[in-house]
Design a binder for this molecule. Structure first.
Ligand code: PMP
Length: 296
C-alpha cells in the first residue's frame, strides 16, 4: 500500500459527530437551530480527543453552505427537517498509540421525519441495568463515535422486544438515571422538572439546555439533580429531548420486573414545551432568544 494512503494510527479510529436540523418556515425561509452550540461542543470534543479542529466560524460556515446547497431537500413547514451531521474523523500517518495528526471534516445531510414511529408519538423505554454507555472520567460527555459502540447491543435487543429505546443508568453505582441512547431525559413530578446534571458521563444536549430555559420562562421549577431510578418510576411524566427526537413523551419505562406508565397527550409539560421549542425552530413563534439562523 502506498504510504500516503496508509491509515495506521489508533488515532485514526477517532471521530466526533454533531447533529443539527434545518427547518423550512411557512414563507419558505430555511432556519438553522443554534449551530454555534454544535460548533463549540465539537471543539470541546476535539480537545478531549487531541484532534485538530476547524474554527467555530469555519464549522458554522460549512453547515450553512451545506444546508443552502441542499435547500430543495428541506421538507415543507411541519413535514420534518433536513438533518445535518457534521463529522470530524481522525486521519494521517502515524503507527501506534497517538492521536491522529490530521482530520477530515465532512457534513452529511438527509431529510428526516419523526424519530420514534410509535402510535401516539410516545416512546416506551427499557432500562438495561447490565450494559452501560459511559464511565466516569471517560468520554461520555462528548459526541465521539465510540460512545455509541456500547449502545448498539442494548438498543438492538430492546427494539427486538418491542421497546423504542434504552435508558441507561450510571455505570459507577447502577442507581441513577443518565440518558437514553441518543437523547437526554427529564422527569416531571408536580410542578418540578428534573434532569440529571452534566458531570462528564452524559452529553450536554443543546435541546436539553434550550428546553430548560423555556421551562423556566413558562414558570416551572427546573432542577438538575442525580435522579434515583425509583424517582423515575414514580414520576408523573417523563420525556426525552434531542435534535432527532425534539421533545418526545415517554409512555412507559420498564425496569427489571416493573413497568411504570406516564401521562402523555395534550395536557402534558412535554407537549407545551415541544410546541414552544419546535415553534421557534420552524419560525412559527417569534425567536426572541436569537437561537435561529436564517439562511435565505
Ligand atoms: N445524548 C446523546 C447520547 C445524544 O447522542 C444526543 C443527540 N445529539 C443527545 C443526548 C441530545 O443532544 P442534542 O439535544 O444536542 O441533540
Amino acid at each position: 500500500m502506498a504510504r500516503k494512503h496508509m491509515q495506521t494510527s489508533i488515532g485514526t479510529n477517532l471521530g466526533l459527530i454533531e447533529g443539527l436540523k434545518a427547518y423550512r418556515t411557512e414563507d419558505g425561509r430555511v432556519l438553522l437551530f443554534r449551530p454555534h452550540e454544535n460548533a463549540k461542543r465539537m471543539q470541546v470534543g476535539a480537545q478531549r480527543l487531541c484532534l485538530p479542529f476547524p474554527s467555530v466560524e469555519q464549522f458554522v460556515d460549512a453547515v450553512k453552505q451545506t444546508a443552502l446547497a441542499n435547500k430543495h431537500w428541506v421538507p415543507p413547514n411541519g413535514k420534518g427537517s433536513l438533518y445535518l451531521r457534521p463529522m470530524l474523523m481522525g486521519s494521517g500517518h502515524v503507527l501506534g498509540l497517538a492521536p491522529a495528526p490530521e482530520c477530515t471534516f465532512l457534513i452529511y445531510a438527509t431529510p428526516m421525519g419523526n424519530h420514534y414511529l410509535t402510535k401516539h408519538g410516545a416512546a416506551n423505554l427499557y432500562i438495561d441495568d447490565k450494559l452501560h454507555r459511559a464511565a466516569r472520567g471517560g468520554t461520555g460527555g462528548i459526541k465521539c463515535i465510540t460512545n455509541y459502540s456500547p449502545v448498539f447491543e442494548a438498543v438492538t435487543q430492546a427494539r427486538a422486544r418491542g421497546f423504542s429505546d434504552v435508558l441507561f443508568l450510571d455505570a459507577a453505582t447502577g442507581k441513577y438515571v443518565e440518558e437514553v441512547s441518543s437523547s437526554n431525559v427529564f422527569i416531571v413530578k408536580g410542578n418540578v422538572i428534573s434532569t440529571p446534571p452534566i458531570d462528564g458521563t452524559i452529553l450536554p444536549g443543546i435541546t436539553r439546555k434550550s428546553l430548560m430555559e423555556l421551562a423556566l420562562d413558562l414558570g416551572y421549577q427546573v432542577e438538575e439533580r442525580h435522579i434515583p431510578v425509583e424517582d423515575l418510576m414514580d414520576a408523573d411524566q417523563v420525556f426525552c429531548t434531542g435534535t432527532a427526537v425534539i421533545v418526545t413523551p415517554v409512555g412507559s419505562v420498564t425496569y427489571q420486573d416493573t413497568r411504570a406508565e406516564y401521562k402523555t397527550g395534550e395536557e402534558t409539560v412535554s407537549n407545551k414545551l415541544k410546541a414552544m421549542l419546535n415553534g421557534i425552530q420552524m419560525g412559527l413563534i417569534e425567536d426572541n432568544k436569537g437561537w435561529t439562523l436564517a439562511l435565505n
